[in-house]
Design a protein around this ligand. Sequence first.
Ligand code: BGC
Length: 796
Amino acid sequence: MELAGRKAMAGSVRLQWRGQRSRVLLFVALCLGHSGLSAHGQSPAFESHRDPSESGVGAPKLDARVESILKSMTLDEKIGQLVQYSAGQPTGPGTGRSDYKEMIARGQIGALLNVIETPLINEYQRIAVEKSRLHIPLLFGLDVLHGFRTEFPIPLGMASTWDPDLVEKAARVAASEASAIGIRWTFSPMVDIARDARWGRIAEGAGEDPFLGSEMAAAYVRGYQGAHLDAPDTMAACVKHYVGYGAAEAGRDYNSTEISEHTLREFYLPPFHAAVDAGAATVMSAFNSLNGVPASANPFTLTEILRKQWGFKGMVVSDWSSIGELVAHGIAIDDAAAARKALLAGVDMDMASSLYHDQLAQLAHSGAVPLTKIDESVRRVLRVKLALGLFDHPYVDESRAQSAFFLPDSLRLAQSIAEHSFVLLKNAPVAGTPLLPLPKNVKTVAVIGSLADNPSDPEGTSSAPKAGVLSFQAELVRRLGESNVLRAKGGGILKTSDDEIAAAVDVAKRSDVVILTLGESPAMSGEAASRAHLGLPGRQEELLEAVVNTGKPVVLVLFSGRPLTLPWAFEHVPAVLAAWFPGTEAGPALARTLFGESNPSGKLVVSWPRSVGQEPLYYNALSTGRPPKKIDLTHPPIDVESKYVSRYIDEQNSPQFPFGYGLSYTAFSFGPTQIDKAQLRAKDLNAELGARTEPLNVLTVTAAVSNTGSLAGEELVQLYVRLLGTSTAQPVRALKGFQRVTLAAGETKQVTFQLTPDAFAIWNNRNQFAVEPANVTVWISPDSASGSDAQMKILP
Ligand code: BGC
């Protein structure tokens, strides 16, 4: 039941993005029309999507070759396939060997990461293919997270586009660039659900929602792996970090997680499942312990769920040294026990800890690890290499890189995605008119903040090599002329002197409008970058207040890998744009947005906190037995009724900005949500969940959406559901659909969603996905906190 139910769900996810794809078509065509970059369907890369079961790691046609190679392998050669080292930067535990070439020649290494020089990649490969006894090619991996040379916004920004089609295209570009230097395996996408902005790696994922996260996960996989995984311009995706890593307690990276099976199934697992269904070739096991069992030695998640329930045929690689870390976790008394536990749980390849290399042979000889288990893992590694076509085409043509990077189409795509990733948080009137977009004839603009002029900063958190970018400041100078752009650094991210603040204030006073670029440096988010304070680092808040107090109109452009708590700014600064880290095209994308050539349409994929004390904060929470009656809470509470509810005595429950929120330069209004049926039957829906065909549309939901402003714009229309009366408590709202709608000024469109049975399926109290009788509320809305609702029932 469970497995069948999940299959149906994946089917509807596919339907959903297909629907969205056609709606997005026109817009992409308009945006990119002259560029030669395709509207959907025109570029060969997007013409057809493979059936992952036919050309991916699971393809039955690989079986015979796998078995014939396996038969000829010695135990040492088998173990070699399960070993991965980092032979480049960064170094860390498990690096620092100098004998990789000898090891490769002896068949003792299956994969390398962080080698980024093509001649060296080919040299290592030549040793594997020509000198090692069995000629098995190496697999070269790298963290290509949001582009390779052409950098796209960080994944949190990519997700803020709510546009899987754009994300797929970005992943395709990343794959064609990285594969051009010989990288055929990316440790991406990171699909960890992240509910806590303290966790630095929130920057690397798609935020807090499993539905959106699943769409994004599948889009990355399709893009990286292309229509045929064995084409030379693909990379095998590695879905990470399996699983629960994003729930690190207190937002502290690598910390333990406690996640009930119910929460795991409904929130944390779906994006992994969607990626696996999209054909992801590999999965990475996480660092964290999950309910007391480290994720890199967890048979329940790695074998029971991933392999038995989902049918995953690819390979699982450990995260960096996470097998070695089983000793520190305390579940392995020594290295041998760590290697044994990881392999038996289902981790096929050891990244960087060297424990499989050091321990597996002895474990196999003693019988502590059955040979059949080693064989299983070797098969999976071979499948990935075969599916990538590495046996037939092991080398990379060194001239390919010359024509692969920064192609005009790729740069245009990067710019378009950056523009779509910006979330306009506030745009209040100054002298009667919203401050943004800035008038084209604005005279003197002050640009303040170190993030505006450091071209490498707004690029993001990827460890792939950086390209030169045109800074935002340089772009403004190009547009407005040198003398019309007044500049002040305003200090650094962490260190600022009084003089630097005074100079910034002086520049602000001499301008007509100030653009303040503040936030975090890229190194402040990503791995090992958890923060206990979520305000502006250093003296930036002081700088902000000093500049705003000049009385000049201020546009605050925030660069960050997470939402930042800025209550003063949201009260006193008229216009605030969350820009995340926009990538290579940061400068032009920002300038076009601020001057109105691009109208923002990004929406938040994480709830934006008012205060760090609210974390973890997420919209799709369960109700409590004591939900506050009022949305706006007074503090301190004034009476018994307003006190003994689930709340803080000194802060609102609500976020500063809800999940799904984002403004436009135009305005939209939503008509009432309408549904075409008053009731459905659980037994009919459950029969559909079990069906192997494309799931039926069982409910049509519509609302009229109007552009009531004076500019054309795009609205990301969202559909949410709530179920009451079910055996397990369900979220106060859960996203079940979204569409981008383009509307001319004054235009109205009827927006229609077709819901399939999985929209109503829950992980119930019998540990199954099923539809249960319920009272259902459905909203079509611009974000997770507003919109009109419609009611219906699911009868038994
Ligand atoms: C990170 C992974 C990454 C790996 C390889 C680890 O520290 O957690 O996300 O893919 O390093 O660079």
